[in-house]
Design a binder for this molecule. Sequence first.
Ligand code: SUG
Length: 448
Amino acid sequence: MKSYEVNFDGLVGPTHNYGGLSYGNVASQSNSQQSSNPKEAALQGLAKMKALMDMGFQQGVLAPQERPDVAALRRLGFAGSDAQVIQRAAKEAMPLLVASCSASSMWVANAATVSPSADTADGRVHFTAANLNCKYHRSIEHPTTSRVLGAMFADQQHFAHHAALPAVAQFGDEGAANHTRFCRAYGEAGVEFFVFGRSAFDSRYPSPQKYPARQTLEASRAVARLHGLSEEGVVYAQQNPAVIDQGVFHNDVIAVGNGEVLFYHEDAFLDTDRMLAELSNKIAKVGGKFQPVCVPRSAVTVDDAVRSYLFNSQLLSRADGSMLLIVPEECRGNERVWNYLQGLTGSGGVIREVKVFDLKQSMQNGGGPACLRLRVALNETELAAVNPGVIMTAPLYESLTQWVERHYRDRMTENDLADPQLLLECRSALDELTQILKLGAVYPFQIN
Ligand code: SUG
């Protein structure tokens, strides 16, 4: 049976702004308070989806969340009508209003961890929504994420959904941003690679000194258990705490894997040799031949990686077995990175082509091509069971583009977030979106 990797990209929501909300994420902090352009952000994301679809890849779309999150503000004690809740938050606690307006759900690599049916004990595709509990503005995403994923992958014969892990730092879980799967073919059993930043219960693992390690070993192990993965099908590795302190807040800022290939920076992990040997052995047991591609620090520094987002790229398999790397424009802007990429594609290795995309609106908040997509490996039968409303087609691209043109503002600052009119605009846009994507009622304003 045929199988595919389907990339579901997050559609950027209408409140996209630069809130400076993510301590440890260099771009988010350095662009704090700049004015953003939600319309441009959404169109840049849609252009990437369309381009990948046109290249013959399977492409889907994941809906944004209801923002401002008035219900979240009510839980923090702001009362009255919806407009009053927003006005009171703006007056008394602007940072909380900004957090409740974040369009951060666009970075769907953090929405969930997904295990394909070939790896799981019950032969279903498993999803665990990420609790994202390291940052308040992201911790409020998972209930809606679960409803949206449930509406996209509704068939219980093929899809199993798990609620987010307990919302405490000891089970900090950032979803697929710290998870990669290696396999010979998408429909065959693979090896799932979980990368954590620290251990909550075992002090033998070192922690970063400056910035938070968002993912714990205990969270990764819990997800593997929930998904029914076998011991033989899993490898755990620790992120180098020194790179977290340089701004590598997720492993997908310093490594990306696909098929039998791991493209990573020399400084990405602790105990790298042991990890590579374990990956090689376990991948061999499922019939694959592991191909690590290490980028030396002499060619690209960790700082280059953080600024250019070289590793936050999409590594895609082409029909001839070679691979294509989708990188952000910022890679072309960094001489060392760009030189490295020219050498890489010209070397006769597995990565043969690089395609560049302008994703500046998302990049300025620390979200590159890989952050914007959730990978779901599906066989033909499972793909047929996905809600067809969320699979990208030329007509869907057209209607989403027109929807963005109709509803989105082209400029957003902190002051705009305090405008109660914005809430009405967003709700009417999202109400229409759920019809376009055939999701049913998934947002709090549609349910309560
Ligand atoms: O969680 N930025 C996101 C970026 C997530 C990137 N995802 C992956 N690497 N997979 C974060 O730090 C910034 C929001 C603001 O500051 O307005 C933000 O949430």
